[in-house]
Design a protein around this ligand. Structure first.
Ligand code: MG
Length: 383
């Protein structure tokens, strides 16, 4: 680990765990949190959860697990240059998507609709719920009993009403900043940005490799065009002779440009604000971020992916099937809770127990469970 800046999070000055534990002999608390996450059952299931492509569509596309690893890699690289705490970035990156439902955003939207009469469903809150309550690995408590800084980083969004509820349950805890209007740690902000850099790049990569997008079309986006053209200027035969290498080289250049932009822009902001420590830094806005030009470029790439990939007719067809599967699972378990695993069937709040059970499913388990409950295989019917 390179030298830490004064405003970096420091495990020795952590706000600690909700239940006090003796420190470990060879690992500090952020490393320990990361190890708890890696050993959790929710983490193992990320390998069979959709990012954009449903898991069975091909082995070459990103899943939530490979996405989380890419976020950790990008985040650590930037943290190292800025003197922030790499281990906290890695920890938050590996945990940030633990609460995602099967079938990506289609699954989340369908589950949120089903849960509207019962308080709604949101994957960020669910990630916190997984590490705070749903993992059952310790004899004396529910959840993983993670540090405040890890939990704060996981809860990147939170509606006001829920922040008030969290604050009532845990005064001065992870809900507080949404009431005070302060920021999470710089490491949490950085992980959030690394998430955006990672998915924009890998969704473009998966989109082109799947054939749903093509390079010519993607070159309408200035960020893509600039780096696709610079790759061709140095290697003129790539487009015709090795289109996969051209795509990979373009994305590699795009990623580097974004990483260096975040480093340069954030370093300048940090030098100017010079927060005395990690707690003072939480009172400043916009210390970690893209330059205004790169912010606009990134937004344009995101708009392109929305219009051309996330809403592609072929993606929409699987999305509709995925939503139906989640809705029918929800209705089925509400009627017959005994068909769920016993720890969910016995929940005092039946709807929340059903949502927790469905949210924890992998794509293929949800598909099989749906088939078992209804006798239909909706994805097979699409072909
Ligand atoms: Mg993510």
């Amino acid at each position: 680990m390179s030298e830490l800046a004064p405003y970096a999070s420091d495990p020795a000055r952590s706000r600690g765990r909700r239940i006090a534990e003796p420190s470990a002999p060879t690992r500090h608390d952020f490393q320990r949190d990361r190890d708890r996450i890696v050993h959790s059952s929710a983490f193992r299931r990320l390998v069979y959860k959709t990012q954009v492509f449903v898991n069975h569509e091909g082995d070459l596309f990103r899943t939530r697990l490979t996405h989380s690893l890419e976020v950790a890699q990008l985040g650590r690289a930037i943290a190292r240059s800025l003197g922030l705490h790499e281990d906290l970035v890695e920890t938050v990156a590996l945990a940030h998507d633990l609460g995602h439902t099967p079938f990506g955003h289609a699954g989340q939207d369908a589950l949120d609709e089903c849960m509207q009469p019962h308080g709604g469903f949101e994957h960020n809150l669910q990630s916190l719920r997984v590490v705070d309550r749903l993992e059952q690995r310790y004899p004396d408590w529910d959840g993983l009993n993670l540090c405040f800084e890890t939990r704060e980083g996981i809860l990147k969004r939170c509606p006001q009403a829920i922040a008030e509820r969290l604050e009532a349950e845990e005064p001065g805890g992870v809900g507080r900043r949404f009431l005070d209007g302060t920021q999470p740690s710089l490491e949490a902000q950085l992980t959030n940005l690394a998430d955006e850099i990672a998915y924009n790049a890998h969704d473009l990569d998966d989109g082109v490799r799947s054939g749903l997008l093509d390079m010519q079309q993607a070159m309408a986006v200035p960020l893509v065009r600039r780096h696709a053209e610079s790759a061709l200027a140095e290697h003129p035969t790539l487009a015709a002779m090795a289109p996969r290498r051209w795509l990979a080289e373009t994305i590699r250049r795009m990623l580097s440009a974004q990483v260096y932009d975040v480093i340069d822009h954030s370093r300048a902001r940090l030098q100017q604000a010079a927060p005395a420590d990690a707690w003072v830094a939480r009172g400043h806005r916009g210390l970690i971020g893209f330059s205004p030009e790169m912010r606009a470029d990134s937004a344009e790439l995101k708009r392109f992916l929305f219009a051309n990939l996330y809403r592609h007719p072929q993606v929409n067809a699987t999305t509709a099937a995925a939503r139906q599967i989640v809705r029918e699972l929800f209705d089925g378990y509400i009627e017959q809770p005994q068909r769920m695993a016993p720890e969910f069937a016995s929940s005092a709040d039946r709807a929340r127990g059903v949502a927790d059970y469905i949210a924890g499913m992998t794509d293929r388990f949800a598909r099989r469970e749906h088939q078992r409950l209804t006798g239909r295989d909706l994805f097979a019917e699409l072909r």
